[in-house]
Each structure stands twice: as C-alpha cells, then as structure tokens.
Design a protein around this ligand. Structure first.
Ligand code: CDP
Ligand code: CDP
Length: 223
C-alpha cells in the first residue's frame, strides 16, 4: 500500500478514533489522535491553573509541554512530558472544557504544526475536526463521519458504563449538541466537511461495516 495520508473528521462520538485505529492497523500506517492533543493541552492548563481562554498564557504553556503517543494495546498511551495522561484526558471535566481551549488561535496554530510534522513521513491515518480542511488539505483520502445525536449519545453512554461513569442519556445528548455547536461555530478551523471528503453516516452501521466502507474508499482512491 502506498504511504498515503487518510484524514477522518466528524463530530463527537461518530466513531472516528475507533475506526481510524483499526484502519491504521490494517494498513500498517501510523495513527494520530489529534483530539487527544487538544485534550492534553486542556489537562495541562487545568493542572497549571492557566485560564482556558487566555490565548497568550496557553501559548506560553505549550512551549513547556511535549505531547507523546506511545504504541500499546488495547490503546496507545498518551504522555504530557513524563506524565501519563491516557485516562486523565478522557474525564467529563476535560471533555466539557476542551472546546474552549481548542478555539484559541495559538493553540490551533501550534498543534496544527505538530500534527503536520507527525504526518510528514506519510502512511498516516489522522482523525479530528479540521484534518481534511486545514491540517492535511492534500490528503489523498478524506472521510467525514457522522451519526445522529441520539446514536452518538447512546455510544458515549455505553462507553461511560464500562468506566463507571453514569451521566444520564439526556445530559449526554445536550453535552454532545453543545460541543458540536462550539466546534462548528468557532472562528478558526471550524468543524466542516471538506469539499473533497466522502460522507459516511455510521448511525446504523457496526464498527466493522464502517471500517470496510473506509477501506473500500481508500482502495478506490488509490487504484
Ligand atoms: O472523541 P471526541 O469526539 O469526544 O473528541 P476528540 O476527538 O477527543 O476531540 C476533543 C475536542 O478537541 C473536540 O471537541 C474539539 O474541540 C477539539 N478538536 C479540535 O478542535 N480539532 C481537532 N482536530 C481535534 C479535536
Ligand atoms: O472518536 P469519536 O469521538 O468520533 O468516537 P469513538 O470514541 O471512536 O466512538 C465512540 C463510541 O462509539 C465507542 O465506544 C465505539 O465503540 C462506539 N462505536 C459504535 O458503537 N459503532 C460505530 N459504528 C462506531 C463507534
């Protein structure tokens, strides 16, 4: 398989990271979870008492933090400098604050640069909100994954149950709608479908079916 770039964007809980990971593994490509990078900055800001909408303070903070991915099973590990944050960046506190941090211009500029460096070698599957539009505008394959708000809330609900978190379904729906709104309406690199992205609605599809569709799209685009 040619070492191409695959960009997967879409709203929260559409299944991006789950399928991106599997596709990357099947193709022997690198997987880059850009949401984990925004979450890591949010984690570091909260820990260091940096105001989450203070762009200049966040810019300074970013100079002091390295975000590293370490391959592992069942999921890759995430480090902020020497501290492992794999679990800590998935808490409701981070989830509900990350959109504020990700709207700050300096944070977007710096993380976009780091993501482009990671993708330089090619052979990469990268997922996020602005990969096809901003980070990798020349990616050979662009996918826009969507699913209904209800289905995405149900997925988050089930995922939370395995972690002992019991936020009610209606609250999860509201949180997802709120984050969708913030991510789609921010000034810089809002969540939008790239013109050349293929729309995949995962509402009634299993993970395997989504993976197969994406592999088929990759095959068509590369042959
Ligand atoms: O997994 P989930 O859909 O909950 O979110 P995520 O992919 O971990 O991303 C967390 C947040 O980071 C999003 O709600 C966006 O605010 C931000 N993000 C972004 O702005 N740009 C990206 N390329 C990736 C994530
Ligand atoms: O990365 P993103 O926020 O888009 O979603 P995810 O974290 O990959 O997926 C959210 C949850 O939905 C996970 O628990 C997946 O196992 C589940 N999922 C699903 O049930 N059916 C799909 N077609 C895709 C994901």
């Amino acid at each position: 398989m040619k070492k191409i770039q695959v960009a997967i964007d879409g709203p929260a809980s559409a299944g991006k990271s789950t399928v991106a990971k599997i596709v990357a593994k099947k193709l022997h490509f690198i997987y880059c979870d850009t949401g984990a990078m925004y979450r890591s900055v949010t984690f570091a800001a909260l820990k260091n008492h940096v105001k989450l909408d203070d762009d200049q303070a966040l810019k300074k903070l970013l100079k002091t933090i390295e975000i590293r991915f370490v391959p592992a099973e069942p999921e890759q590990r995430v480090f902020v400098n020497d501290e492992e944050v794999t679990q800590a960046i998935r808490t409701p506190e981070i989830t509900n604050n990350v959109s504020l941090v990700s709207a700050q211009p300096s944070v977007r500029a710096e993380l976009t640069k780091r993501q482009q460096e990671i993708a330089e070698a090619g052979g990469i599957v990268m997922d996020g909100r602005d990969i096809g539009t901003t980070v990798l505008p020349n990616a050979e394959v662009k996918i826009f994954l969507v699913a209904s708000v209800h289905e995405r809330a149900v997925r988050r609900f089930k995922e939370n149950q395995t972690k002992g978190i019991d936020t009610p379904l209606d609250i999860l729906e509201k949180e997802i709608e709120e984050r969708d709104y913030k991510d789609s309406h921010r000034e810089i690199s809002p969540l939008t479908q790239a013109k050349d992205a293929v729309l995949v609605d995962t509402t009634s599809l299993t993970i395997d079916q989504v993976v197969d569709q994406i592999l088929e799209i990759i095959n068509q685009k590369t042959n």
